[in-house]
Design a protein around this ligand. Sequence first.
Ligand code: PMP
Length: 428
Amino acid sequence: TAERALPKRHHHLPNSHPTYFTNPIAMVRARDCRFYDEHGRSYLDALNNVTLVGHGHPRLVDVAARQLGRLNTNTRFVYDVLSEYAERLTATLPDGLDVVYFVNSGSEANDLALRMSRYLTKRDDVVIIDDAYHGYTTTVADVSPSRYKHYGKPDTTHPTPVPDRYRGRYGYDDPEAGAHYARHVIETFDRLAAEGRPPAAYLFEALLAGGGQVVLPPGYLAPIFAAASRAGAMTIADEVQVGFGRLGEAFWGFQTQGPDVVPDFVTMGKAMGNGFPVAAMVTTREISQAFDATGRFFSTYGGNPVACAVGLELLKVVEEEGLQQNALETGQYLRDVLAALAPKHELIGDVRGQGFYSGVEFVLDRETKEPASEETLLICERLKDRGVLVYPTGPAWNILKLKPPLSFTRDHADEFAAALDAVLEEGW
Ligand code: PMP
């Protein structure tokens, strides 16, 4: 129970590892879009960020169990499931992105992409989007925002403004917003070149989670990619949150910015194994070969047969169950029912997102847009009491981050909206 587990947990885990909610829930099982706690109470999962095809998907459970019973080893042996998985995974990516480095977490994938960029360009500096989170290894912590940085050397990290059309200078009604925000990034490349420290890499997410569930404006990445190419900087798409069909319009987040946006490195994790640790960095043969000169790459667990079996089955399930299409359609439906609450509840400042990755931003005043930070946390606590799970994000923690499994239905969306309506109605 929570009473028994919590004191031991507090004793043995670092304080930097907080639980969700002031009265944390002891979860015992989960299926599809619902969790069940120790008292058998169910909770609708809109805060999920890994179980892409739903909790405990029977096909994944089955392949994992069978593979674990048959063979689990490392990639220095040859086994079919690795080759089959690598083939199927890279078939989802633009031509040329063929070489897979299997690792165990999103942080490792980003770490490797950064290491390769720096080695191949013989440069150090990295341009990022402000308030991003890219992981916890020492190198990656350096390119994540200040609140995650403890021992880093941030002097080689160059944040560029979040292209936030709700709060920023260029709004949703400006068709040129993408180009305007891109200019800041291009100017950063130019400034670094002028200072004699041209960037090794440009690292980005296709929908900014840390920045506050910000959808990239159309036409943002293409000019940045053209400028990165001119500057000799490598491009890294962090698809840890946004990949695998979540954004609906495309399988990979970067693809929502058009066909000219083809990264040198694509990093992935989270959804990839539906909660089982599976992660990878994918690049081209040319880049991979150039990096081979530094020696071998080996990860003990990366690409193990169980990880590959689960990852492969997940790709099949996403396709066979039409989950990307559901993300597109039901994701929009969810935003529509939430936006329909805005006329009634002044606190709702903005509803935005792509596919099944949305944000609801709460403000104290629609003119000043002062963040309703405390209220947002309280809303999450009240939603939890009503059996609905979601959590705040963003620099001021005033945005609901909605990331349900891709099997979320219209009924689930209605259930979520009704609970939010009731909580906002209730007041505090
Ligand atoms: N990139 C992004 C965009 C993330 O959100 C995260 C994790 N929240 C990571 C990388 C790091 O992934 P992991 O925790 O699997 O190392």
